[in-house]
Design a protein around this ligand. Structure first.
Ligand SMILES: Nc1ncnc2c1ncn2[C@@H]1O[C@H](COP(=O)(O)OP(=O)(O)OP(=O)(O)O)[C@@H](O)[C@H]1O
Ligand SMILES: [Mg+2]
Length: 474
């Protein structure tokens, strides 16, 4: 999406200008194409794929002004930067009337080019952001990444539309695998900060002292190993969005520091004497009941209220069974695309079993089950017997279709590795956890891994810190 909304067309008959611009743009994360004639340029613009054009006004076969006029007549909304060797005032005024955004007079430096492009992109985003606000309320189509038509999910879409453009802190609550992170990203995508960074911090991954310096940064010499100043996530997030995942896992000390950041937008890098300012928008997520934790004295009440300004409760899958068939088919198609395998659907009986299951691991579990069923399927329709055979089974020999190209062969190999290795990896984590009585630090030490890496792997497999037998069964 990022690259798509930065797609730029360069129309210039001088190959060196096209090549130079493309290189500079590519180095700065922009995607561009080039056309050397007016006619081919116009055709490309009329395809509607470009948001910004760098246009030479003097082309061998067409006048730049004619191109602008034709694009305008076609109703395509385009941002134009005119490049010209001999900008006349008359030309400039005419071009402005046709929607030109900026001028670059040749020869121009890389910096001039990048400044003009950055300004145009900002301007365009600005316009689009306002159009998006005006378009509300939209259909659920603007939540294309999230499958769900259940009234409670539609209500969440509505809530997100309302709260996203504000800077209000949002707390996403829901069981593991319900899609908290997915909703958080969608909230961010609908916000005015969508062109700024989205930084996700898993509060359970770091030890408390590490988390503090990760979040707030540290000064040189603040602790052993702090050989130089380090910027924390707060600074790096710029004017962006900070997603505090698993916020229930913060210890009391960090909770106090986070509270200050939420209240005053101020924070202190470890070892620093002065406070710093950060303009970040907070989204937090938890699968624990924070209110109970407050009652038990394990979570600060004031922080809870600061986070809980706009709670969004994502219901577990068993409370929105009408979405299960949609999700099953969504992940079926997704896995088919990824594996190149053809499976058309589920038999009525198997669908009934799947819809009536309680899905303790929620959407994540469902996604894993479908991926597994598709991979082991040997008929176009998934039957009950496939479910009973493979629902809770361990690694299975995979009988896949014979690949018919090198790419398909590689995909099949990768897929086999992912699936089978994934099973082994998960069993390995569970074993280590259970032998360490559920203590992540001890489990990681036992198997010779860094705690943070161990914890990241647990997350990948949807395992709880409680111990191995997490909610999901696959
Ligand atoms: N409604 C949905 N539509 C499509 N995919 C979904 C939906 N909900 C969840 N998923 C997918 O399920 C997986 C789990 O979602 P996610 O990681 O957002 O859950 P979570 O609530 O953050 O889980 P945890 O508490 O374990 O971190 C992801 O692959 C996500 O893309
Ligand atoms: Mg999550």
């Amino acid at each position: 999406m990022e690259t798509e909304d930065r797609r730029i067309l360069i129309i210039d008959d001088e190959p060196s200008i096209c090549a130079g611009c493309r290189m500079t743009l590519a180095d700065n994360g922009y995607v561009s194409d080039a056309c050397s004639t007016g006619r081919s340029g116009l055709k490309a613009l009329l395809s509607g794929r470009y948001q910004l054009v760098l246009l030479d006004m003097k082309l061998p076969d067409m006048d730049g002004m004619d191109i602008l006029q034709k694009v305008k007549d076609s109703g395509i909304d385009l941002c134009v930067i005119v490049m010209t060797g001999y900008a006349s005032v008359k030309n400039a005024v005419d071009a402005m009337k046709l929607g030109t955004f900026d001028y670059l007079s040749k020869p121009f430096s890389d910096d001039e080019l990048l400044n003009a492009v950055a300004l145009a992109v900002e301007n365009r985003r600005f316009k689009e952001a306002h159009m998006a606000v005006r378009r509300q309320p939209a259909t659920r189509r603007d939540f294309g990444n999230i499958i769900g038509e259940n009234p409670r999910i539609l209500q969440i879409f509505d809530d997100i539309r309302k709260v996203a453009p504000t800077d209000t802190t949002v707390l996403l609550c829901g069981e593991s695998g319900t899609g908290k992170e997915l909703f958080a990203r969608e909230l961010y995508a609908h916000s005015h900060r969508s062109d700024r960074p989205f930084m996700a911090v898993d509060c359970s991954t770091f030890s408390s002292s590490l988390l503090e310096s990760e979040l707030f940064g540290h000064t040189k010499g603040a602790f052993t190993g702090a050989v130089q100043d380090k910027e924390g996530i707060f600074s790096a997030a710029g004017n962006g969005t900070l997603f505090l995942d698993e916020v229930a896992n913060l210890n009391m000390d960090i909770q106090a520091k986070l509270l200050r950041a939420l209240e005053t937008h101020e924070f202190k890098p470890v070892g620093a004497s002065r406070l710093k300012k950060a303009d970040v928008r907070f989204i937090a997520a938890t699968n624990r009941d924070l209110k109970t934790m407050v009652r038990e004295g394990r979570f600060r009440e004031d922080l809870f209220y600061r986070l809980n300004v706009f709670p969004i409760i994502i219901p577990p899958l068993r409370e929105r069974r009408d979405d299960i068939p949609r999700l099953l088919y969504h992940f079926l198609r997704q896995t088919c695309r990824q594996t190149g395998k053809r499976v058309d659907g589920f038999s009525d009986e198997s669908l009934e079993i799947l819809v009536n299951d309680d899905w303790p691991g929620n959407v994540r579990q469902l996604k894993n089950v479908v991926a597994r069923l598709v991979i082991i399927a040997d008929s176009p329709v998934l039957e009950c017997q496939h479910l009973s055979d493979h629902w809770e089974a361990g690694p299975e020999p995979v009988r896949d279709e014979v690949p018919d190209s090198l790419d398909a062969l590689k995909a099949a190999k990768q897929n086999l590795l992912d699936v089978q290795f994934g099973e082994i990896e998960k069993a390995f984590l569970k074993k280590a956890l259970s032998e360490a009585g559920g203590n992540i630090t001890r489990a990681a030490r036992r198997v010779g891994m860094q705690r943070s890496n161990f914890s990241t792997l647990m997350k990948k497999h949807g395992l709880n810190s409680a111990a191995g037998p997490s909610s999901d069964r696959i």
